[in-house]
Structure formats: structure tokens, C-alpha cells
Design a protein around this ligand. Structure first.
Ligand code: BMA
Length: 340
């Protein structure tokens, strides 16, 4: 088979550690984990489920900061190496398109995605219950919120890093008010980020793997590769002691991303380390971002651990895509173009 490549920019500065000898599985953890620990900045008890992006040879991040009154808000952070982060003490001050303050009452699970020359932040916001919030910035100084893309309830909004057929593409997980098992991944498109349509179902929970039997949700922005869109996502199982969140991997069709090409039957990462098993909510791995280098195929995955910490895991496009292809299973109607 031809060498599998990432189709994106080259990134000379990327956090990296080689795979430890003898390790099974295609993804390995950073020995620096957790890279963000408890009480990271005044007024913030925990940071997890957060997103980062390269910015002029350094890095910027949008962090889910659980403040000391228990509410989550979004804070910016800065890093030279992607591992050590300076988190801002003040939350991001959003405005609306008329420059009026437009602060979310709460904000969690952000993704940060660059499309052309604009960065988009997409998160779970309050809109008569959990729904998707969307804002854009060109300079990380002014953050302009656009209208909430969807009706309540919805979570895990993820934009693709480029338009497909001239349309913005968004994954989401329509939901209800609670932490319910109601959870497949859907896809929608928009010419202008304002009007969304052509909704299709992408993936169902379930499959042979019980690790994703309860619900699934999008993760980092999909990575374009020569085989299709590589998407990491979270899958949840229910035990007698609560939920367990693991990370899975799937390849979506390059031109018609509602169609699943390959979906690994196995998880890629499941809670095993103390910082994943123990915390505010134990047994959670929740990926929200990647840094990836088209030059070397290196991928650094940023994930929230136990609703308390941030961790990094590594893989290469060759290794993880090959693994997903080799372990793929057909689940329901995933391979179709999306159901009506
Ligand atoms: C989900 C979201 C995530 C969280 C997870 C586990 O419903 O709220 O932010 O990490 O639950 O608590």
C-alpha cells in the first residue's frame, strides 16, 4: 500500500516522544502527563477537555476551566512547546456581531479550528439547555460570537478544518437535557456558518465493542489524510459503577464525510493511568484537539483526563490509520451516505 500521509501544513514544532519499546496498541501517552494539574491558575480548580492550535511556531489554546464556583468557562492559554502552558486568569470576553458583550452562562468542551485564516471556537453553551456555541477570532484579542448553529439540545460540535464543496462542515451529537444514552454522531453543512442543513447521520453508538455501547461523540477536528478524514472520538460504556469514556478512531470518506470507511472495533486509549482513573469524574478520556505534522506524520492528541487534568498521547498517521483499517468493523448503516 502507498505510504499514508497527512494532508495539511507542516509543523516543525510539535510535542513528541517516541513509542516506548514493547508497547501494544497504536497510541502512547506522554511521560509528562498530566501536563496541566489541579489549581493551574487563580480562581480555576481544574482544566480538562481543551483544545490547542499552532500559532506562528508556538501554540495557543482554549481551555475548559472549571472555576472555583464549579462553573466551566473558556480561558486562553499560551505555550512555546505545547507542554508547558500559561493560562490566562480572565475568561475569554466574547462580543456579538454588534460588538456588545455576549458571554455564555457556562461553556465547556471547546474545540479550536482554523479554517482559511480564521480561528473558530466551538463549545457546549447554554441555550435553554446544552447546545452548541460558535465564535471566531482573527487575532486572539477580539472574539465574535455568531448565532448558535443548532436548536437545543446538542453537544460535541466539531468543525472540519476546510470547506468541502464550498460548504462548512460540522459534526454534532444531538442530545437531550441530561447525560443520556441518546447519542449518535451527525453531520451538517452550511454555506455561511449561519444556515445549516443537509443533516446526515454519520455513526451509531455500539458495534461489537462494548466500550462505545452507550454513546459516542466527536473529538478533535478531523485530520485529512490520503485515505480519508481521520477522526478520533469518544465512546462511552456504562458499568455498575458509572460511565467509562475511551477514545476510538474512524476514517471518513474524503468527499462525503457522512460515510464511514473504516471504524476500529477496539478503543485506541482507555483509562489506565491514575490521572485518567481518578479525579472529579473518574475513568474519562475525552480528546478535543490534535497537533499534526504533514512532514513527518506525527500526531499529538490532547485529551481531558478524569474531568480534572490535560494529557497528551502520541501516534503517527501511518501507525494509527493502519491499525484502524486492520481492526475495522461494520456497524449498522455507518457505511451508507447517511440516513434520512
Ligand atoms: C460529558 C461532558 C464532558 C465530560 C463527561 C464526563 O457529558 O460533560 O465534558 O468530560 O461528560 O463527565
Amino acid at each position: 500500500m502507498e505510504k499514508i500521509r497527512i494532508i495539511a501544513e507542516k509543523l516543525s514544532n510539535i510535542p513528541w516522544q517516541d513509542k516506548p519499546a514493547g508497547l501494544a496498541g497504536p497510541v502512547w501517552r506522554s511521560s509528562d502527563n498530566p501536563i496541566i494539574k489541579r489549581n493551574p491558575v487563580k480562581g480555576v480548580a481544574r482544566i480538562f477537555n481543551s483544545a490547542v492550535a499552532p500559532l506562528a511556531d508556538k501554540f495557543v489554546g482554549v481551555f475548559r476551566a472549571e472555576t472555583i464556583n464549579g462553573r466551566p468557562h473558556l480561558h486562553l492559554g499560551w505555550s512555546d512547546d505545547g507542554v508547558n502552558w500559561e493560562i490566562e486568569e480572565e475568561r475569554i470576553a466574547f462580543v456579538d456581531e454588534n460588538n456588545q458583550p455576549y458571554q455564555p452562562r457556562y461553556a465547556y468542551d471547546p474545540r479550536l479550528i482554523k479554517i482559511d485564516n480564521t480561528f473558530y471556537i466551538i463549545w457546549c453553551t447554554d441555550f435553554f439547555g446544552a447546545s452548541i456555541g460558535l465564535a471566531k477570532t482573527d487575532d486572539f484579542k477580539r472574539f465574535v460570537r455568531v448565532e448558535n448553529p443548532f436548536l437545543p439540545f446538542n453537544r460535541n460540535g466539531v468543525l472540519f478544518p476546510r470547506k468541502i464543496n464550498d460548504k462548512f462542515i460540522m459534526l454534532s451529537r444531538p442530545s437531550d437535557q441530561g447525560h443520556t444514552p441518546f447519542g449518535d454522531i451527525f453531520i451538517s453543512e452550511s454555506p455561511d456558518l449561519s444556515y445549516w442543513g443537509n443533516h446526515k447521520q454519520v455513526m451509531s453508538k455500539g458495534g461489537q465493542g462494548w466500550w462505545q455501547s452507550l454513546k459516542i461523540g466527536g473529538g478533535p477536528a478531523p485530520i485529512e489524510t490520503t485515505v480519508g478524514w481521520l477522526m478520533f472520538y469518544h465512546g462511552v460504556t456504562q458499568t455498575c459503577n458509572g460511565y467509562v469514556y475511551s477514545m476510538g478512531g474512524v476514517i471518513l470518506d474524503q468527499d462525503q464525510p457522512s460515510r464511514v470507511k473504516y471504524r476500529s472495533a477496539n478503543y485506541l486509549l482507555t483509562p489506565e493511568e491514575w490521572y485518567e482513573e481518578r479525579g472529579f469524574v473518574g475513568n474519562v478520556i475525552f480528546p478535543c484537539a490534535t497537533l499534526h505534522d504533514a512532514g513527518t506524520g506525527k500526531i499529538a492528541i490532547y485529551y481531558g483526563a478524569a474531568d480534572t487534568y490535560v494529557g497528551i498521547a502520541f501516534t503517527t498517521v501511518e501507525e494509527v490509520v493502519t491499525y484502524i483499517i486492520e481492526t475495522h468493523e461494520e456497524v449498522g448503516e455507518d457505511q451508507l451516505l447517511g440516513r434520512i
